[in-house]
Design a protein around this ligand. Structure first.
Ligand code: PMP
Length: 365
């Protein structure tokens, strides 16, 4: 049934069913307003309250201290690749340190280089981005302008399970594909960014969490829209924001708080889901080959190969016929990628793991 396919794609990802039902109703009419969510003024008191509650919920979920501001911006995670060095790398004598751990960190490094000096202090390319650095492999400088890394490389399916870098250096993290999927200590971060379309909503909005005192040293002359201070001052409503996307983010944060019960619980569910797929890989006697080294496996994106390109095509064809959508690996890597973001249910993951086991047992004669 094409209407009930399961969305295992790398993004935009799956959203909770209860959120979809509420969204559907809101497209016709938001009861408190009497208008469709697609046509409500971003200057209304109602929308200001939506932004406030979404921020409050994120603060609550992360136990975020008041030292950090929460912003809802546009331009995707990609614009953050530029806004961050514009803020933090304005002087020629400074260097920013980046980890090159996969496709997306590679993109962020290329953008930062357009604006200043970048030193890549660890590069996983020669290992095919199958692993992440251990702390002793990192030679972080104590005078870097900032340190940037990607907590979960969406394409390769590798995820940090401990926070790298030095606490005394400004730590910047792209959490686009694992934000709000697990708890972490926000005090150890100075700037976090995550677009919505994996775990927390539809495409169109990017959440930025920034330590307020970073803004005290912002360079002069930044274009208004690319200056975090503009958005902080305007409470994320400087120009017309993506009203719909922010509203859905609010609904997802309510779901995380009230239906799931917080990030510890979400993390436990996500671990359980990932375990089911990785065990289907590990139990296949080598028929499925996981891309990442086991200790760096992502709980969000499970990447693997089959013995041949032909078998991969057959796997994808049959999986698609069985109602599993979006399993084709990223165009840069090939293979298979099953993305199991927060809203992917354990029951749906079980169906995929069962499908994988059956496919392997029929083909692996
Ligand atoms: N960072 C990561 C980790 C991503 O997964 C992606 C996209 N999938 C991006 C950045 C780019 O995000 P956007 O398309 O919102 O610019």
């Amino acid at each position: 049934n094409r209407l009930n396919r399961l969305n295992f794609s790398g993004g935009p990802g799956v959203l909770p069913e209860s959120v979809l039902a509420e969204t559907q109703a809101a497209i016709t009419c938001v009861p408190e307003v009497g208008l469709s969510i697609l046509g409500i003024s971003h200057r209304s008191d109602w929308f200001a309250a939506v932004v406030d509650e979404a921020e409050r919920n994120i603060r609550h979920l992360l136990q975020l201290p008041d030292s950090h501001a929460v912003l809802f911006l546009q331009g995707g995670a990609t614009l953050q690749f530029t806004m961050i060095p514009m803020l933090l790398l304005p002087h020629r004598h400074q260097t920013a340190e980046y980890l090159h751990t996969g496709y997306w960190s590679g993109k962020s490094i290329a953008e930062a280089r357009l604006l200043g000096d970048v030193r890549v202090i660890w590069d996983g390319e020669s290992d095919g981005f199958r692993r992440l650095p251990a702390p002793p492999e990192l030679s972080c400088s104590t005078d870097a302008a900032y340190f940037h890394y990607v907590s979960n490389e969406t394409v390769e399916g590798i995820q940090f399970h401990a926070i790298p870098g030095l606490d005394e250096i400004i730590r910047v993290c792209d959490m686009s594909s694992d934000f709000l999927s697990r708890p972490f200590d926000p005090n150890r971060f100075d700037l976090i960014y995550a677009h919505a379309q994996k775990n927390i909503g539809p495409a169109g909005v990017t959440v930025v969490i920034i330590r307020r005192d970073l803004l005290a040293h912002a360079p002069d002359g930044l274009p208004s829209l690319l200056d975090y201070r503009t958005h902080l001052k305007a409470r994320s409503i400087y120009n017309t924001p993506p009203v719909f996307a922010i509203y859905v983010v609010l609904l997802v944060t309510r779901w995380l708080l009230h239906e799931i019960g917080g990030l510890e619980k979400m993390d436990a569910i996500n671990r359980e889901k990932a375990e089911r797929l990785y065990s289907a890989i590990d139990d296949s006697s080598g028929f499925y080959a996981g891309w990442s080294m086991p200790e760096h496996r992502s709980l969000m994106n499970v990447t693997f190969n089959l013995p041949s390109a032909e078998l991969e095509r057959e796997f994808l064809r049959q999986a698609s016929g069985a109602g599993f959508s979006g399993l084709t690996g990223h165009r840069s890597l090939g293979g298979i990628r099953a993305s199991i973001y927060n809203a992917m249910t354990p029951a749906a993951v079980d169906l995929l793991s069962q499908f994988m086991r059956e496919f392997a047992s029929l083909r692996h004669a």
